[in-house]
Design a protein around this ligand. Structure first.
Ligand code: PMP
Length: 437
């Protein structure tokens, strides 16, 4: 395993935690549902890496596509030239989502996709002659990456408090899910529409004609798997439509089959104006993000008076050939193996297994949707997050990977997980819960 000296130069991200730096958890290999740790142990991946390795690890089809592309056309200057795989990928993606998402901009991460979406939203209104629409509305406990726009609209105060005012004109909807969290564990409360009226309140407060866009994760992932009550997202959609506000879905976690549907917008049958994706697009293997927009938004730039000159956006690596090849092979894998349908078929089994943890020590709530699950633990007084983190450490020692966020254990296994492996994972969590203080 690595010694502290091996890590002397490495700073962020994981070494920000000093304890990690003393005892780094090193991974040296991976295959399908498992990582291999430096000491040779197999670690069952209960989180698909960071919610991204949806087809499982080191899938030959994907790694071979990457190798072949790297040997054929490694790079194409993104601003002057195209290459066939990026165009093919864009077409495949809009076909996959199958709703009004008609065009795709490529980025390299979820955070860049968020920044792209926020810029597109404001620029769209300007292109339509509505320059006064500059406000952006996020949500408490929303997570939208770590760049300046993302932390501004994001609802995690600790991520932004060092950085002053950040983007101006940003407001946040209160987190409407939390008081009712127990209710969504299995049932579907009907009051989502009322909760979304918080948006109406903000719209009234600021004057709708100043608001460019609302951004939400359809299911908030990184802040603890917060599943919207029935009617909530539809009501957001209705309020946005009524006031000419764009609705942005951040589907970085919910996209590419995690919900048992291509995207959460398909799952809920709700049409966003802009959709932000990354992670599962390339099976998490190569950095890539994709931002989807409607034809209406695209056309405002491509035919309007301020066409392109006023709004130019892209990255050195946008749609690069190797990432495009990885994404195409990933989409092939999802399709050939029916992984989105598989996730939908497994979801009831996953739900039963997760809910068997109710009544275990410290458990105060269990939530699930698609192949996402969360177990919320009672906090230790004065030491919030400690109990869940102890579970994570113990799970690693016992050979399986979970993720913790606050006092919540989150799980999001690769969609290739078997029922036996679901049992193994959930029984592993059960064992850990019974051990920790
Ligand atoms: N949005 C959401 C909803 C996310 O979950 C994440 C990452 N967990 C991001 C944006 C940022 O993605 P990245 O880390 O690829 O920048």
């Amino acid at each position: 395993n690595a010694t502290p000296n091996d890590l002397r130069a490495f700073w962020m991200p994981f070494t920000a935690n000093r304890q990690f730096k003393q005892d780094p958890r090193m991974l040296v290999g991976a295959r399908d549902m498992h990582f291999t740790a430096a000491d040779g142990r197999k670690i069952l991946d209960g989180t698909a890496g960071l919610w991204c390795v949806n087809a499982g690890h080191c899938r030959p089809k994907i790694t071979e596509a990457i190798a072949a592309q790297a040997g054929e056309l490694d790079y194409a200057p993104a601003f002057q030239m195209g290459h066939p795989k990026a165009f093919e990928l864009a077409n495949r993606l809009v076909d996959l989502v199958g709703n009004k998402m008609a065009h795709v901009l490529f980025t390299n991460s979820g955070s860049e996709s968020v920044e792209t979406a926020l810029k597109v939203a404001i620029a769209y209104h300007r292109a339509k002659g509505n320059g006064s629409r500059f406000r952006l509305i996020g949500r408490e406990r929303g997570y939208h990456g770590v760049n300046f726009g993302g932390i501004s609209v994001g609802g995690i105060v600790s991520n932004r408090k060092m950085f002053g005012t950040l983007l101006t004109g940003v407001d946040h909807m209160p987190h409407t899910h939390l008081p009712d969290r127990n209710a969504f564990s299995k049932g579907e409360p009907e009051h989502g529409g009322d909760l979304a009226d918080e948006l109406q309140r903000i719209v009234t407060l600021h004057d709708a004609s100043t608001i460019a866009a609302v951004i939400v994760e359809p299911v908030a992932g990184s802040t603890g798997v917060l599943i919207p009550p029935k009617g909530y997202l539809q009501r957001l959609r209705d309020i946005c439509t009524q006031h000419g506000i764009l609705l942005i879905f951040d589907e970085v976690i919910t996209g590419y089959g995690r919900m048992g549907a291509p995207f959460a917008s398909n799952y809920y049958g709700i049409q966003p104006d802009i959709m932000v994706t990354a992670k599962g697009l390339t099976n998490g293997v190569i950095p890539m993000g994709a931002v989807f927009v409607t034809a209406e938004i695209h056309d405002a730039f491509m035919t309007g008076p301020e066409h392109l000159i006023e709004f130019m956006h892209g990255y050195t690596y946008s749609g690069n050939p190797i990432a495009s090849a990885a994404a195409l092979a990933t989409l092939d894998t999802y399709k050939e193996e029916g992984l989105f349908e598989r996730a939908a078929d497994l979801a009831p089994y996953w739900q039963e297994a997760l809910h068997s943890l109710k009544g275990e020590p410290h458990v105060i709530d269990v939530r699930n949707i698609g192949l996402i699950g969360a177990v919320e633990l009672s906090p230790i007084s004065g030491e919030p997050t400690k109990r869940a983190f102890s579970c994570f450490v113990r799970a690693w020692e016992k050979g399986f990977l979970i993720r913790t966020t606050g006092d919540i254990i989150a799980m999001s296994p690769p969609l290739i997980i078997s029922k036996g492996q679901i049992d193994e994972l959930i029984d592993g969590v059960r064992g850990v819960l019974r051990e920790v203080q």
